[in-house]
Design a protein around this ligand. Structure first.
Ligand SMILES: [Zn+2]
Length: 215
């Protein structure tokens, strides 16, 4: 029996059965919110995949930030790529290349923010806390971390992409994107700090200099 057939034996049309009460409440509120969204979906059905404003945004997954709101975006306007820190990982660059080549974006924004969790720890600290090294006395005491132990399936190395200096992290990411051989030289790349306590965007001059197009 295949995995898919196995799944079909269960009542996967009602995933709430598989979760505790608090999760059911959350799931219910999300499903209801979606039903409300669908009821006023209207003209969005006519949108195409290529972003109307030819823009891609790379930013942090921080729950306090809503790029659609602080950048005035609507459905269909832009690609928004988010991860921990808003860092320019290889996978982000994969998405950006697709964004430009297949979807025609011409302007990319790298936006990191104040009070970011990825500035609060170093890569070594995260490795210690996860128990990914042999330094047992630094392994995290919190029980949420304890189930993570090294095994044959544990990745030998993960680049957590923490950072020390906020502005420098934006400069580094703009530069990393700019010099990538698959990134079109004509794309304009901008670097900004988002201030988490008042919502202001602040340009990072050095990042914007590095991100200028060369063609
Ligand atoms: Zn963050």
């Amino acid at each position: 029996m295949s995995f898919v057939e196995n799944q079909s034996d269960k009542n996967i049309s009602d995933p709430q059965d598989a979760f505790p009460a608090a999760s059911k409440e959350l799931l219910q509120s999300i499903v209801e919110a979606n039903q409300g969204y669908v009821s006023s979906f209207g003209e969005k059905a006519k949108l195409v995949g290529a972003p109307r404003r030819k823009t891609a945004i790379l930013t942090c997954m921080d729950a306090r930030m809503d790029p659609a709101k602080f950048l005035g975006l609507r459905e269909g306007d832009a690609h928004v790529i988010r991860n921990a820190g808003g860092r320019a990982s290889e996978d982000v660059i994969r998405s950006l290349v697709v964004s430009a080549k297949l979807m025609g974006t011409t302007d990319w924004f790298v936006i990191h923010h104040t009070s970011c969790g990825m500035q609060a720890h170093t890569d070594d600290e995260i490795r210690h806390m996860l128990g990914l090294d042999d330094d047992a006395e630094h392994h995290h005491a919190d029980t949420r971390w304890r189930h993570v132990w090294k095994s044959a399936r544990t990745p030998a190395h993960i680049e957590w992409m923490t950072f020390g200096d906020l502005a420098q992290s934006i400069v580094d990411d703009v530069q990393r994107i700019r010099v990538h051989p698959l990134v079109p030289p004509s794309v304009r790349i901008y670097g900004y700090i988002y201030h988490i306590h008042h919502g202001t965007l602040e340009p990072v001059a050095e990042a914007n200099r590095l991100g200028a197009p060369s063609a």
